[in-house]
Design a protein around this ligand. Sequence first.
Ligand code: SAH
Length: 214
Amino acid sequence: MASAPPEKMIFQLTLRRRGISDQAVLRTLEDVPRENFVEPADRADAYRDSAMAISCGQTISQPFVVAYMTEQLKLRKTHRVLEIGTGSGYQAAILSRLAGQVLTVERFRTLADIARQRLEKLGCFNVEVMLGDGLAMPPAVGQFDRIIVTAAVDRIPDALLERLELNGILIAPVGPPHGVQTLVRVIRTAGGLERKELVDVRFVPAIPGIAREL
Ligand code: SAH
């Protein structure tokens, strides 16, 4: 077996040192080529633990945050997952390997189109990329076992909570649009919604409506 390049070893060590312990999550971050999801100029730095700028003024999330959110979702191959904020498509590729079906929604057509191509190229055939407003998901999209919001919201929209199955888990960065947010996990139990605050994060804001720019 060929040995992993050193930058990928450091990448794994960083994730472990920061507290990621789920082996399936670690393996998936090792396997999915992050260099396919960053801008060409950033390829050499793809395994640095930092967020990076992508088209349309958006960002690809920091790998630690991707790993942490994925770990919190406790994914199974039977799960139907909804992601709000496709961005580069990197988080969707990670979800694709650990879940059954993934629907990812993006408000910029350019980002949705590029992400769709990347995901197809990687063989992530269980992911559907949809151009739309993730803050206003219609009941027609159905119910999800897991929902992951990757843009900052000031509160979790009811339209998303209503899409969460019984025993389902939703995770979202909640807080001011241009500051520090708190990752919030909501579990739908028979008794109602259980809410827990996890860690501080910084995400680009969720903006209502489909983008008028490309
Ligand atoms: N998960 C992405 C990073 C997300 S950045 C990745 O792995 O690369 C946040 C993304 O959310 C941006 O692309 C932004 O355009 C998108 N977004 C913001 N508001 C949205 C909305 N209402 N509906 C859908 N996507 C939205």
